[in-house]
Design a protein around this ligand. Structure first.
Ligand code: ADP
Length: 219
């Protein structure tokens, strides 16, 4: 079985974040080449990724041998060892890999990655911490920041809206957010058509500027 470098994703660093990411890609039918310097980590993932290789990703000859320059999408999920993260990323940039994602563990790490020219810097712990903070705070069931201060949220039932249709609720005018979908007691999501009736117990999927969405969820 041969991997197609243009469709597959290379995940370098298979710690908690890299592993979860690689397995989720596999579950969604995407081929994954996993690379990690730790033999036990590699053994633990044997057979669960399309390929898993033990290798030092900071070495140019190693990355070339693995055809990493041919990949369209590479994720560097090396968090703790900032030196290794930066060396790996700079090689990928030199190869001209079109889409690079890199995990950052601190602000400084993130800043350096951005200065190097990484296309997508992610802060898994910080992002998850923020997200859970929103959930702990209030009547939010889920919170997905979209960047640019926009968010999608899933709220617990907003009883003050029960009995109105989407059209009558006028949430865009009143709260500056849009109801995208409504989850009924049967567990099914419905698109928020203007004449859909909001009932007690309905969960709402809402999109809008993050602060307005939060304000709406506390209403
Ligand atoms: P997480 O917080 O996601 O668990 P870690 O930084 O703890 O992230 O894990 C990073 C993974 O990257 C580890 O499994 C480690 O073995 C691997 N790793 C670190 N340096 C290299 C390197 N130079 N080459 C390949 N893999 C590496």
């Amino acid at each position: 079985e041969r991997i197609s470098e243009s469709d597959a994703v290379a995940v370098i660093g298979l710690g908690r974040f890299g592993q979860a990411l690689a397995l989720e890609l596999m579950a969604n039918g995407v081929d994954v080449l996993g690379v990690d310097g730790d033999q036990q980590v590699v053994q633990g993932l044997d057979g669960r990724l399309t390929y898993v290789v033990m290798a030092d990703a900071t070495r140019e000859d190693v990355l070339r041998q693995l055809s990493i320059p041919e990949f369209n999408r590479v994720v560097v999920a090396i968090g703790q060892d900032i030196g290794a993260s930066i060396l790996t990323v700079s090689l990928l940039l030199r190869f001209g890999v079109p889409k690079i994602w890199a995990e950052a563990v601190t602000e400084a790490h993130g800043t350096v990655l951005e200065q190097l020219g990484v296309h997508h810097v992610v802060f898994p712990e910080k992002d998850m911490g923020r997200r859970v903070a929103h959930l702990v705070q209030g009547s939010l069931l889920d919170y997905i920041p979209l960047g640019g201060n926009f968010a999608v949220i899933e709220t617990a039932p907003r009883e003050f809206l029960a009995g109105s249709t989407i059209y009558q609720a006028q949430v865009r005018r009143r709260f500056g957010v849009v109801i995208v979908a409504v989850r009924k007691a049967d567990g099914e999501w419905r698109f928020a058509e203007p004449n859909l009736l909001i009932e007690e117990g309905d969960e709402l999927l809402v999109a809008g500027p993050a602060r307005k969405a939060e304000h709406f969820s506390r209403r």
